[in-house]
Structure formats: C-alpha cells, structure tokens
Design a binder for this molecule. Structure first.
Ligand code: ACM
Ligand code: ZN
Length: 548
C-alpha cells in the first residue's frame, strides 16, 4: 500500500493525527508497525457477544489457541471456550492456517462487523497476528472497554527474517525464570531469536556432562554467595532443553554462544593446560583475569571443544552455534607461546593472526560434524594489519555479526564481497549495555561506553541506506546486552526497554513506513503495558523535555 516516501509521510501524519486527536485508535499501540494497514472507515465495529464463537483448524493443544484465550481474557475480560468446528454463528473469531499464503511470518488480520479473522501459513504467522491483535486492543481503549474492535485490515510480514536480542548470563547469571520472563517480552515485539552468551572470562554457565569441572569451577566466581546469581550459577542440560521448548512455543529460537579463543578464563580456571605455554603459571581468576586465550597448538583444546560442541548441538536445535571469535589478544598469547610459534613455522605463516584460520578450521570441523553452522563476531581491525587494511579470511558459510563502532560499512562491504551472511549489531545503534542518556546507568562503565539514546537507536536503518544489491546478504538485526553491569533481570529489562521497541521496529518495518514521531506515540501504551506486566523499563523523559 504505502510504497513511496510521500505516502510514508502521509501514513505517519495519519497515525500521528489519529493518536493525538482521539488519544487512541486501533493503530495507536501497533509496534513494530505493520507494513500494510487499511483502515475500514465507515464500517461497523466487531462486537464480542455471549454468542461469539472461535473457529479454528488448529489442533486443540496449539499454543496459539491458549494465547488467543489469554489475550481475550486479559484485554476483554472474556473467557471463551474454543470450538473447533464450522458454524453459522453471527459473530466469529477465526484463527486459521491458510496454506495458500506465502511466507512463514506473513499474517493477515481482517476485522469486519461479523468476523475477526487471523490467517497465516504457519502457527508462527498466526502467533504474530495475535500479537498485533493484542496491540489493537491495547491501543483502542474506548472500544476495548466496550468489547468492540474497530474494523481494520492488516497484511504484514517482516523486512528481515532474523530479529534477535542477546543476553549475557556469563557475566552475571540470570536464573531460568528470569530468562523466560525476558522471552515473554521479546515475543510481544515479534523478536524471533535469543542469543545466549553462555561462556566468558567471568563464568561458564552450561552443564557439560563430559567435563563436569567446567561448571564445578567455572560457574562459581564467588564462593561466599549463593548458587543462583548474580556471580554464581549454571543451567543444567534439562533446564536448557526446557528453555528451548518455552522459547519455541513463543516462536523464538535460542542460539547458544561459546566465546573462543579469547574470553576463556572460566575454561582455563578448570583446565589451565589449555592455555599457551607461558601462561601455565599465571593465576586464572574469574572476573579478574582477562586477555588469556586457548592455545592454538594443543590437541586437548580441540578434543575438549569437540565434546562441548557435541553436547551443545544436542541441546539446541538451532542451525547455528555462535563461537565468539572477538577480542582475541593474540599478541599476549600466541605471539609469546612456544607451541604456537612452532605451529606457525610448520605452517609457513608469517603473522600470528593467521593461526585464527587454523584454530577455527579445526573448531568448525566439529561444528559441521554435529550438523551445525557457525556464527562469529566480525573482527576486521586485526592488530597486525596496517591502518585501513583489513584481514578477511572467514569461511563463506560462517555468518558474521558486525558490532565494532565505525566498522560496519566496511563489514557490510567485505561480507558482501566474500559471500558471508551478515547480522547487524553495530555498537552505535544496537548495544543495549551503553547508557541511554549522559549520566544514566550503568554506573559501572569502566570502558567509557558511549551513549545510545532511544532516538539514535530508532534511527538505525539495518540496510545502512545502501542500494538493495549491496545489502541483500543482511539477514537481520541483533540488540546486544553485555552483562558486566547487569546484576539482575530488572537492570536487564531497564536497559532493553524502550530501546528494544525501537530495534524491533528496525527489524520488522520497512524504512518507508518508519517515523520517529509516530514511534514515540505508539511507544507510550506499550511502555505502560510493560510496566503493568512487572517489567522494569526506563522512562525516556528526555524525548518530551528535550534534555540532551
Ligand atoms: C563484543 O562486543 N565483544 C562482541
Ligand atoms: Zn599457544
């Protein structure tokens, strides 16, 4: 419907006017904004009456049906039995898969006088339709109070198929129930991926049956405090399987991250012999020691990680495992290690950074053996490269994630040239651990993180305004929330919202439909609702009072 800039400005104006004039309307809480909306003005509302029935072709136990009941009960105080039969009732809510529709995330909603119909090819699409219905009811306060729904037609599917947030329970452990709570909120905004950063210098958070020492030592940074966070704790394999199922019901896939070869103090605290020769006698104190790496020339490294990857592949059905690969302090490790130096000579390498190819070559063999693909943080600023030259040796089937401030344009260019899929998490827009305003949290800000305001976050175009041909390898977005200063779930959600709403729209809604002024208005009912659900959010007072 709205395909050019003029039209986009008009819809922006329309949404804004509707909201400002009436205070609410059936589009005033839609977030992310659907890509195709038609208002059915002049038509009568759909009214919920005691005779309204729900018609569906879904199996009785489908999660979507429970979700529909939950929404109707929460917003309309209406508990309705679901009838899975054809009926000639006068007032029908229809929730049906439609095999003729294309796209697994594509849904339609049509609300007319006698029928409210949600359709999609998959249960995932229907789930998104329900999330939009929930927001129609949330925004249209007067009609909702009268158990009515104003007529509208929405035909919607996302700009990107990958819409992620990342949590870091390695730095501060988050109990399972808190991660579920986080997933609940992600699902409201049609995120479909949660990246879990499970290992780092500060902790090892996943049970590995072949190597129980990893959690016995690596999950307990502070022996004086309890076993369930913030410093201590780990997830058992059974818990992680439960989490995977919980997320899958909400159409969210979990991608596990093991960070290697740097960020590995928690492993080295368990197996000091996996480090380089000169680090054998160095203390490995989780949370204090940093910049140590796994040795590139030690077969035990590869056999331990083969076990780890095998077990992780069995827990997580995701097609990919994230292996980190960021911030490897090569000079402090491989350059000074007798074994690594010997390997360089044997391979005829001239730079230590080339050992990354050897290291990941072996690790990726394990990843492939267990049926997975790899993701890595995109590192271009290799310490051995002269300024403005970039090393790029990633295998083609590795998906890269751009993150370093200032390097994203180069990363888009190089991944495009070499054929690697790319996920967009540029520090400037998508790092949710950065403060939201000067002087705001986190108070623990030891590397002088820049500010990422809500507006900056909203201005993020994941395609970086490039022509389609130069951005077709971009799969989507990821908002990262590093956990050094995130001691509990309340801090985690405070840092996520409202910026997580802005990123959700960046991942879902095409640029021509996006508008900062309209977003701001649609944000308020969503923030109110999040608060009502017990979510700690940050009040973005600066956008009203123009505080810098
Ligand atoms: C990162 O922020 N170290 C990927
Ligand atoms: Zn070494």
């Amino acid at each position: 419907m709205i395909i050019n800039t003029l039209k986009s400005k008009l819809i922006c104006l329309f949404l804004l006017t509707a909201t400002l004039t009436f205070g609410q309307s059936n589009t005033s809480a839609l977030l992310p904004l659907p890509n195709h909306i038609e208002q059915m003005t002049g038509k009568k509302n759909f009214a919920i009456t005691p005779k309204t029935i729900v018609k569906t072709n879904l199996p009785e136990q489908a999660f979507c049906l429970a979700e529909l009941q939950r929404i109707l009960s929460e917003r309309l105080d209406w508990d309705i039995p679901i009838k899975k039969l054809q009926s000639n009732a006068k007032s029908v809510i229809e929730l049906c898969t439609d095999p003729t529709m294309k796209g697994e995330e594509h849904y339609t909603i049509e609300v007319s006088e006698n029928k409210l119909s949600i359709k999609g090819n998959t249960q995932k699409a229907l789930f998104y339709g329900l999330k939009t219905l929930d927001q129609i009811l949330l925004g249209d306060v007067c009609n909702t109070a009268n158990r009515q729904i104003a007529p509208i037609r929405i035909d919607d599917e996302p700009r990107y198929g990958y819409r992620a947030l990342m949590l870091d329970p390695a730095r501060h452990f988050l109990p399972l129930e808190d991660v579920k709570f986080y997933i609940d909120q992600m699902a409201r905004y049609k995120y479909n991926t949660l990246q879990l950063h499970l290992t780092d210098d500060q902790g090892w958070r996943i049970e590995i049956k072949a190597h129980p020492g990893l959690t016995k030592t690596g999950a307990f940074r502070n022996r004086k405090t309890g076993p369930n966070g913030p410093d201590n704790g780990f997830y058992t394999q059974e818990q992680l399987k439960e989490l995977v199922r919980y997320a899958a019901d909400r159409h969210i896939e979990i991608i596990p991250e093991l960070d290697i070869p740097g960020h590995t103090v928690a492993v080295l605290a368990t197996y000091p012999e996996l480090g380089c020769t000169h680090t054998d006698t160095l203390p490995k104190e989780m949370g204090k020691t940093v910049n140590l790496m796994l040795c590139a020339n030690n077969e035990k490294v590869y056999s331990v990680y083969d076990d780890i990857i095998r077990e992780i592949a069995e827990i997580f059905p995701s097609s990919s495992i994230h292996l980190g690969g960021d911030e490897a302090a090569i000079e402090k490790n491989w350059t000074r290690c007798d074994r690594c130096q010997l390997l360089m000579k044997q391979l005829g390498y001239t730079k230590e950074s080339q050992l990354m190819n050897y290291f990941f070559g072996k690790i990726l063999t394990s990843v492939g053996k267990y049926g997975k693909k790899a993701m890595l943080w995109c590192e271009l600023d290799n310490i051995y490269m002269p300024a403005n030259e970039y090393l790029f040796d990633y295998p083609k089937d590795v998906t890269l994630v751009t993150w370093r401030n200032g390097l994203t344009p180069k990363c888009i260019e190089l991944t495009g040239k070499y054929g690697n899929p790319l996920i967009m998490a540029p520090g400037e827009y998508a790092y949710l651990d950065y403060p939201q305003l000067k002087g705001d949290l986190p108070e623990f800000n030891n590397w002088g993180m820049p500010v990422t305001t809500l507006e900056t976050c909203y201005r993020f175009d994941p395609g970086y305004e490039l022509p389609d041909t130069q951005q077709s390898h971009i799969l989507g977005i990821c908002g990262t929330l590093w956990g050094e200063a995130m001691k509990d779930i309340n801090r985690v959600t405070y840092m996520t919202y409202p910026r997580g709403l802005a990123l959700a729209e960046a991942g879902w809604t095409h640029m021509e439909h996006r508008c900062w002024d309209s977003f701001k208005e649609r944000m308020y009912p969503n923030l109110m609702n999040l608060m009502k659900q017990g979510v700690s959010v940050r009040v973005p007072f600066e956008i009203v009072r123009n505080v810098q």
